[in-house]
Write a protein that binds this ligand. Sequence first.
Ligand code: SAM
Length: 281
Amino acid sequence: MALSPSVTNELLRQLDHRPNKKLGQNFLIDGNLVEKSISMADLPKKMPVLEIGPGLGTLTERLLAHGHPVYAVEIDRRLDAHLREQLASYIKSGQLNLLRADAVKCPTGDLPEEIGDFAVVANLPYAISSAWLEGLLGSGKLPLRMVMMLQKEATERMLACPGSKTFNALSIFLQACYKTGGKHAVPGQCFFPAPSVDSVLLRMDRLENKFPFPKDVRVLIRRIFTQRRKQLGSLIKNENSDIQEVMLSWLKRQNLCPTIRPEKITGSQWTDLARCLSEKS
Ligand code: SAM
């Protein structure tokens, strides 16, 4: 069950721990929301779950009680130590695998190489949510489903449509592999301390015909989007001759003018271009 604000406060005092703003330490204190995160994920029995930022273990404990093997990644030394003590029996039985690491560097934690389907359920640290997600999408291990607590603005960028101001490289990479499975606005009082930004619980479901972008194409698209207001034709000139050749002939085949701006190109067009670039390399 989620801890109340006073119990959370007392626990933090006992641990001599002040919530670290830079690490996005806004702990869940609403039991309904913890259960909502789990029910929204609608996980098959015993499906392994990757949790980024277990914190005080509120969500972790419920996932474990529901019988899921949990792979958790926590960066904070003191919280990691607390979790190891609090959840020692689960660690001993092998149901909980806890890794103290930076999830941006280790986006899938200690998930075994040969893992089958797994899910992500996490109240993410907002500062790293985009970088972690991009790392996950590039890891080759794509969860069947993700239920993530995110900053509202990050959700808007992830789900943005082409042509909108918020459409970016991550919108392309994410939407090529996942579709939205539901959204739920979350009030600030569900956390301690309350964050200064709005939060959303977002479910994403893996597509049957997913297309994980290859690393070199992701780097290229990311580079192009740093100058999103420029025309694609002029951005191409900065690339090597092979890339220029593929992109110019692709633009022609798509009946697109080189004056088009990157943000106007749709996700499926980027996917098609990525396929052409991969064939050439
Ligand atoms: N899951 C807990 C909950 O719902 O109450 C805590 C969520 S809190 C929003 C985010 C957690 O992510 C914190 O425990 C923080 O220490 C951890 N964290 C922050 N940056 C991290 C990183 N780069 N890698 C792994 N964990 C991180």
